[in-house]
Structures are given as C-alpha cells and as structure tokens.
Ligand binder design. Structure first.
Ligand SMILES: Nc1ncnc2c1ncn2[C@@H]1O[C@H](COP(=O)(O)OP(=O)(O)O)[C@@H](O)[C@H]1O
Ligand SMILES: [Mg+2]
Length: 257
C-alpha cells in the first residue's frame, strides 16, 4: 500500500533525516506535533507490533494537543486511532487490523519514566522544561529504547520551540560541534511558521507578530541559536517577502506494508 501524507517542506526534510536522534526546532503553529506524529505513523507502518512513546512536559498537553493531532495525522497516513485516556495509550490500526501502541507519558517527574519498552520515541516541547530536567527526561527515555530487532533504529525525535541555549542546543548543536563524530547520530531541522502557513488560519501569523517577539514565528536558519533574544524587526519569510510565499505544502509518497 502507498500513502501520500501531507507534509510541508521542512517536515518532509525532517522525516527524510537518517539520524538516530532528530530535532525539529520551530515556532508556534509550525507543525511540530504534526511532523512528530507523522514520524510515529511511519514507524507504525514500518515496524508493526513495535510500540512507540510520546512524551510531553505535562499530561494536559498529551490530552489537549497530542490526542487530536495524532488522530488527524494518522488519518493522513491511512491509519485509525483508538485513544485510551485511562491508561494513556493510543492504538493504531490499518484497515481495522491492529499495528502498534503509542504509550503517552508526561515528563513532569522524569523519574517515573520507567517500566516499559519502546522502539521509537517522540519528545514534544522538550525545551519548555529546565535544561537539567530535560536532560533527566532524555536519559530516562533513551533507557526505554529496548527493542532488540534487526534493523530497528530505536530512534528519538524531538520537536520543540526555540527556547535559547537549553538542552536541545547543548545536545544537538554544542555536543556535536565539540565531538564531530556525533554528527552522524544527531540531525536538526530549523523551520519557520511561514512554511506551515497553508495549514493555518489566514490571520494566525499576523496575530502572532502583533503580539509576540519574532522568535515565536522563527526563521529557517541555523543562526537561530545566535539570536536568543530576537527582536521585533525585519520580519521576513524564508523567500524574503513578508508573509506571501506561504503555500508550500507538498505530498510525499511512502510505501507501507
Ligand atoms: N502537513 C500538514 N498538513 C496539514 N495540516 C498540518 C500539517 N502540519 C501541521 N498542520 C496543522 O497546522 C496546525 C499546527 O500544527 P501543530 O503540529 O499543532 O504545530 P506546533 O506543534 O508547531 O504548534 C494544526 O492545526 C495542524 O493540524
Ligand atoms: Mg505542538
């Protein structure tokens, strides 16, 4: 079977990264939770019966953001969901046939991330947490990647808003700069909200710009990290014009079995 999920350009670039650890750093409404969910759906197609994990800073985020997003994204990938709020699991089905489960856990108490086994993880909004807590959660999650199956990457995707020089910067940028041999393990994509404009209400970006610093919209350049405190100035889309080159959604085809 072939599925053709809708992905904007940075989302497609992100899913094409071969690295074991991948980070998608982007502003509000950029499609971070969506692309992370897409990664979980791709995993469900590729590795039936190998469970995955979704991690958010709080349980409220799992309930209010992840459950609706995974449902919508799964539909796009030809899958259906069964959401079990009581035990915080999402079951994925293709044509009514069970494929795998996404275990959803909050990172409020990183020490509680124990006692289960997954072969793929999505950590959403990791940098919202303090760097030390984020690092503890990261370590706990890595320790859960325990499926031993030939060819399985046990990969971890991180999706986060740029919060300055916090954990994601330390792990995906600084550590790789200090030890270049890590570059094959860690991949990073920066994206701008402009690149998801087609999937947002027409007044979404103008409203953000009217109310916040430009950092929440983001720019698709690695120099993002140097601009921790971006100011309300020179707001430009990646193609140089203000809020016009918006409709850049693409369809990618994936072969599923
Ligand atoms: N590739 C896509 N195709 C269709 N809708 C998308 C896509 N990516 C994101 N969206 C929609 O854009 C909105 C913002 O996406 P979301 O993943 O919640 O952003 P973020 O996590 O960056 O705040 C949501 O309504 C989501 O359904
Ligand atoms: Mg999100």
């Amino acid at each position: 079977m072939q599925v053709s999920p809708r992905l904007n350009r940075p989302q497609a670039r992100f899913l094409a990264l071969e690295h074991k650890y991948r980070a998608f750093v982007a502003g509000f409404g950029n499609g971070k939770t969506w692309v992370g969910s897409a990664g979980l759906c791709q995993h469900a197609w590729e590795w039936p019966k190998v469970n995955s994990g979704y991690f958010a800073p709080t349980y409220a985020q799992i309930r209010d953001i992840f459950y609706p997003t995974i449902d919508e994204a799964a539909f796009d990938w030809g899958l259906t969901t069964e959401i079990h709020e009581s035990n915080k699991e999402v079951h994925l089905y293709s044509n009514g046939v069970y494929r795998s489960t996404i275990l959803c856990r909050s990172m409020e108490k990183p020490g509680d991330i124990v006692g289960f086994k997954i072969g793929k993880a999505l950590i959403d909004e990791l940098d919202v947490m303090k760097a030390l807590k984020a690092e503890m959660a990261w370590r706990k999650i890595i320790a859960r990647m325990r499926y031993s199956v030939d060819g399985l990457k046990n990969g971890v995707d991180v999706t986060t808003t740029p919060e300055g020089f916090k954990f994601v910067y330390q792990q995906f940028v600084k550590a790789v700069r200090d030890k270049p041999e890590l570059a094959s393990l860690y991949g990073l994509i920066h994206a701008s909200t402009y690149e998801n404009a087609k999937n947002l209400p027409a007044d979404y970006i103008p409203s953000l710009l009217a109310s916040y610093l430009s950092i929440v919209v983001g720019r698709s350049t690695a120099s993002r990290w140097k601009h921790k405190l971006a100011r309300l100035c020179r707001l430009r889309s990646p193609n140089g014009c203000f809020f016009s080159g918006a409709s850049i959604s693409a369809r990618r085809t994936f072969t599923c079995s």
